[in-house]
Design a protein around this ligand. Sequence first.
Ligand code: FEO
Length: 615
Amino acid sequence: MHCIRKITGDVTWVGANDRRLAMFEGVYHVPRGVAYNSYLLCDEKTVLFDTVDKAVRQRFLENLAEALGGRTLDYLVVQHMEPDHSAQAIELLTLYPSLKLVCNAKTRDFINQFHEFDFGSRVVIVGEGDTLETGRHTLRFIMAPMVHWPEVMVTYDSADKILFSADAFGCFGALNGALYADEVDFEKDYMDEARRYYANIVGKYGAQVMSLLGKASALEIDFLCPLHGFVWRRNIGDFIGKYSLWGSYTPEESGVMIAYASVYGNTENTAEILAHKLRSRGVRSVMCDVSVSPASDVIAEAFRWSHLVFASTTYNAGIFVTMESVINDLVSHNIQNRTVAIIENGSWAATSGGLIREKLEECRNLTFLDCWLSLKSSLKAGQLAQLDRMADAIAATFTVPESSDAALPGSIDAKTMFKLSYGLFVLTTRDGDKDNGCITNTAIQISENPRRVSLAVNKANYSCGMLMKTGVFNISILSESAPFSLFERFGFHSGRDTDKFSGQEGCFRTENGVRYLPEFANGVISGRVVECSDNGSHMLFTADVTTAFVLSGEPSLTYQYYFDHIKPKPKPRAERKAGYVCKICGYEYEGESLPEDFTCPLCKHGASDFERITG
Ligand code: FEO
C-alpha cells in the first residue's frame, strides 16, 4: 500500500524507508535505518526528482503510481546517479514510454557505465543555470559537483521556492512518520546523525559544499528537500549554518575529542586521566575507543570538536590497527583547522606517535601542541607532571573572554541581560476612543493564587502613561509566525502621533474593551493593574488576570527566535546608508548624526548604545 505525503499543492514525497540495512554503502552503520527520498511534481507536466534504492523499490513504485493518480510520468530528473537514488531509472523508462530523463552529461556517462542503456532521444542534457518549464513551475538546474559524486546537481523550483538538494542536507535515520525536521527534536535526536552523514559522505569535499552554499545563498528557499532524511521548512538557516561550519572545517564546539587505542588498558587509563585533568581546567572532552567506536562516529566527532588528542599503542612497529584506520580516514576526509596532541605507548619500541603525526601532517592547518607523551607500557607517577603539562597546554589554547575584567564585581555588560530568555508580546491599552499598542518582552506570571502577571513598560512609551491612567490592558502573546511588519507597526512608531491599528481588518476586543491581535498571537491575557512601582526607566505593573484564552497551538515567539528568524539580516556593508546601529538589538538609524536624546525604538536603549555604521 502506498505511503506518501504532500509537501506543497504540487509536490509529493514518494520516498521510502529501509530499516533492515546493516551498513550504508557497505561502510556506515545505520542502526536507525535510512530514508531514500524521491519527490514528484505534478504540474502541466509531471516530474520525478530521483528514484530510490532497490531495497525499497516496491513501496516506491506504489507511491509513485498513487501520487501520479493515473497520469503518465513526463520527466525523471536524475540529480545524483549513485544507485541508491537511481535504481529505478531504467525501469521507469520502460514503464512510461514517453518519459524523458533529465540529467547532465556526466550523469549520462555514469548511467551508461552502470546500465549500457540506449537512450536514443529520451535524454535531455542540462547544464549550469538551464531551466525546464513544466507549466506553473520553472525548474533551474545548479551543478554541485563532488557534493558527493562528480555528476551531482541540485534543482531550484522558483514557484514553490523548493531546493531539491540531492545529497546535501541529508541525514541518516529512517523517517518514522515525520517528514519535516520540525516534526522531531532534530537538535537533540538527529543532529549527531546529520553530522555523521555529512562528515563521512561529503566531509572530504568542503570546498565544493561551500561553493554550493554560495549558489544557494542567492535563492529564496522555503523548502529544502534532500535525498536522505528530513525535509526542512523551518529554521533552514540554522541547518545551512551547520553546513557552513562543516564545509569550512570550522570546529562546531570548543572541546577535545580524545581518541584512543589500547590493548591492555594502560593507554586508555592515561587518556582517561587526561580527560579528568582537562575537565578540572574547565575543558570539555569526549572519549572514543577506536577499537569499539565505529570509525564514522569518530570522524563525526572530529568534525565537531576543536581539539583532537590521539593516544595509541604501538603494534607491529606501527600504529595500532584500529587507530591507523581512523587516522587514514581522517586524512582522507580532509580534516583541517584543529589543535592536536599525541600520546604514544610501546613496551619496547614506541613508534605510534611519530607515525600518527607524519600522517596527520598531510592535513591543512593542524596545530601540533609541543607536549609529546611517550609511555613505556603504562603511565608512571613521574609522568603525571607531563600529563599535567599536556592538559595545561590544551587548556591554554581555549579563548579566554576578551574583557576578563567583565567578571569583576560591579562591572556590567548590558548584553548579559539579553542572555535572559524572553517572550515577545503586544501590550494593548485603551483610553477613551484611543487604542494603542507597543511591543514588550517583560510579561510573566508571578503568582497562581491570586493569578497575577507583571510587566515592565518603558516610561517613554505612550502605552505606559495610558496604562497608568486606565489600569486595564491586554497582552497578545506573539507566535513564531509574527512577521517583521508587525514589529515595525507596534515597535517603531509612537502612539502619540500614529494610529497603530489603522488599516487593520476587523476590530477584536476583549470584554474590558481593549483590542487584541487575532492573528500572529497564540493567546491573550487581559489584566487589571493592582500595583505599579517606579523603577527608573520603566514602570513595573502587577496585575490580576481577568480573562485569558488560547488562540492557536503555534509556538510562542522568543526574543532569540525574533533575532534569528524574523529581524532582517543587516545589509552588506556596501549597501548600507550612513547611519548608526544599536549595539544592543541591531536597530539601524539612517542619518548623518544621531540625536543625543535618541532612544532605540526596539530595545529602548539610548544614543550611547549606538555605533556609527562605517562603509
Ligand atoms: Fe545517497 Fe551519494 O548518495
